[in-house]
Design a protein around this ligand. Structure first.
Ligand SMILES: [Fe+2]
Ligand SMILES: [Fe+2]
Length: 202
């Protein structure tokens, strides 16, 4: 028995532990997310929820709401392009050319269709693809947790900074994304540009 347990990959144990930590009132939503996304994505979702919760706690925000938003943020991430376009009609040529960029807005539309109503969480889901509005702390922690969760193996410095300087971490995350895209001549989503222009960075 012990040998069998040791042979189980670590990620399985970690995921099982994270599943057990899901609050009872979110079990139905978690099950829905699990049915909507690929298994690897569900592991990512659980890591984002946990990290967003920790970041919210460190910055004095509502940690339960941050967890909830992290859990729901990618609910439409594995929806087909055709369905993304139906759920979130394009607002700009980038949306039309890259429907994957719509999965935040599509996630919000799906949640609303299923009767979900918390506005802070809905905004965090909607904005996690393009960047958080300045006055939405839950959107900020979900955005940063999403780009820096340990499974991504990048942005460790942004993750660490978010625990003591959330705005600095956001400036870094959005600033480096915009400069990376602009440096390669790739058009930046207008919503991301709006967030970038609202930041206090040069
Ligand atoms: Fe996403
Ligand atoms: Fe994500």
């Amino acid at each position: 028995m012990i040998h069998a347990r040791l042979s189980v990959p670590n990620s399985y144990n970690e995921t099982a532990e994270r599943i057990m930590m899901i609050p009872p009132h979110l079990e139905v939503w978690a099950r829905r997310v699990q049915l909507m996304v690929k298994p690897r994505r569900f592991e990512h979702v659980l890591r984002v929820a946990e990290l967003a919760c920790q970041m919210a706690r460190a910055n004095g925000f509502d940690e339960a709401l941050a967890y909830e938003a992290g859990l729901l943020h990618d609910i439409a991430r594995d929806v087909s392009s055709m369905d993304l376009l139906k759920l979130a009609p394009p607002e700009c040529p980038i949306d039309a050319a890259h429907p994957l960029a719509l999965h935040g807005r599509a996630g919000r539309a799906l949640l609303e269709y299923w009767g979900y109503t918390n506005e802070e969480v809905l905004w965090a889901v909607e904005e996690h693809t393009t960047g958080p509005s300045p006055d939405r702390p839950i959107s900020k922690v979900v955005y940063i947790a999403d780009v820096s969760e340990p499974g991504r193996n990048v942005n460790h410095h942004i993750r660490e900074m978010a625990f003591h300087d959330l705005q600095g971490a956001l400036d870094l995350a959005i600033g480096s994304k915009v400069r990376y895209l602009q440096g390669r001549g790739i058009q930046v989503h207008p919503r991301t540009m709006q967030v970038f222009n609202s930041l206090n960075i040069s």
